[in-house]
Design a protein around this ligand. Structure first.
Ligand code: NAD
Ligand code: TDX
Length: 336
């Protein structure tokens, strides 16, 4: 396979490239990434000299470049996105540009160059929010109800991807997954932000009452699911991917992290809530389980400990990523 990965210098994309080249060393990966604040080539140090890997510094909105790359590709795996909800609340413009227009540019190139598979990485946030005390989960037939500029831009991209299948018969697949965590995640997201603040002796900001619930998926389990969809997934189909957590609240997660890191609850700081904060996410992943035999391997507590260990042992990675514009963003979001 010759795969064009977009956004491969980000969190999930870099984990995916490392996963793929280890498992399929004969395949070739071209990684197209604009290296926004979230893109970091250090994530790919272990494979940067692999002759089956090539990095292209560029934007998915660049039609000419994307067309050139697509002419020499059989499969596209599209991770590139603006991915942080809080940033989309501060400024939605880059979300519309990259997530909507960028996806359109890739689809056009895929169509013109008769790509064999376009796999689009999306999110459970397109479905909106579930009630806290319900047993309900997002499933194959849940209607879209995005509530933040981020999730609205991802929902728009999902619709365009599906339309290219219906209208032009483009061989697409989509996956909507829940909150990922693991190595190389940018410390603006909840779990790595908490770990990195604790390492620095700072308080951990918890939004609102802390009783918000996410469905947590270890990044390696996510990569395995994408692998199965590429190998055995049905063209035109959307797969939902989730983890093994059962309604664990943000505050419980922070308490776990504090305990693992030998700190007490005094390090928790309740801060003002995110506007339009989705209360609860939960994913019914029975379809991918039944049809492709996938289920998550990683138990949350164990994967969380491994993730904390990874951040502790990669303090230089963390320090470098937190220099530059990170401080500016942190102050805008959390104050001084
Ligand atoms: P990330 O923010 O860590 O990485 C995004 C990458 O895309 C970066 O390397 C960045 O440089 C690149 N990029 C951004 N704009 C670009 C552009 N215009 N052209 C080329 N490259 C560009 O994101 P992530 O957490 O790895 O998420 C990857 C994908 O998975 C996204 O599509 C996101 O919506 C989706 N997703 C993420 C999660 C999660 O929990 N992180 C959950 C569900 C879905
Ligand atoms: O400082 C914080 N304090 C806090 O309480 C941050 C950054 C987050 N939170 C809360 C908000 C959410 O309830 O933690 C939860 C998780 O927040 P994020 O890490 O920002 O993730 P979320 O908003 O749930 O979105 C994530 O999952 C779906 C990813 O960022 C998206 O890219 C993905 O699509």
């Amino acid at each position: 396979m010759r795969i064009l990965v977009t956004g491969g210098a980000g969190f999930i994309g870099s984990n995916f490239i490392i996963y793929w080249l280890k498992k399929y060393p004969q395949d070739t990966i071209v990684n197209l990434d604009a290296l926004t604040y979230a893109g970091n080539l250090e994530n790919l140090k272990t494979i940067e000299k692999n002759p089956h890997y090539e990095f292209v510094h560029g934007n998915i909105c660049d039609t000419q470049l994307v067309n050139k790359l697509a002419s020499n590709t059989d499969t596209m795996v599209h991770f590139a996105a603006e991915s942080h909800v809080d940033r989309s609340i501060i400024d939605a413009a880059p979300f519309i540009k990259t997530n909507v227009e960028g996806t359109y540019v890739l689809l056009e190139a895929a169509r013109k160059n008769k790509i064999l598979r376009f796999h689009h990485i999306s999110t459970d946030e397109v479905f909106g929010a579930l009630k806290l005390d319900s047993k309900e989960k997002f499933g194959d037939h849940t209607p879209y109800n995005p509530r933040s500029p981020y999730s609205a831009s991802k929902a728009a991209s999902d619709h365009i991807v599906r339309a290219y299948h219906t209208t032009y018969n483009l061989p697409i697949t989509i996956s909507n997954c829940s909150n990922n965590f693991g190595p190389f995640q940018f410390p603006e997201k909840f779990i790595p932000l908490a770990i990195s603040n604790i390492i620095e002796g700072k308080k951990v900001p918890v939004y609102g009452d802390g009783l918000y619930v996410r469905d947590w998926l270890y990044v390696d389990d996510h990569c395995r699911a994408i692998d199965l969809i590429l190998q055995k997934g049905e063209v035109g189909k959307t797969y939902l991917i989730g983890g093994l957590t059962e309604d664990i609240s943000n505050i419980k997660i922070i308490k776990k992290i504090l305990r693992i890191m030998g700190k007490d609850d005094n390090q928790i700081e309740y801060v003002k809530d995110r506007p339009g904060h989705d209360r609860r996410y939960a994913i019914d992943w029975s379809t991918i389980h039944k049809e492709l035999g996938w289920s998550p391997n990683y138990n949350f507590d164990q994967a969380l400990e491994e993730t904390i260990d990874w951040y502790k042992h990669n303090s230089i990675w963390l320090k470098r990523i937190k220099s530059g514009t990170y401080t500016e963003y942190y102050q805008t979001q959390y104050g001084k």
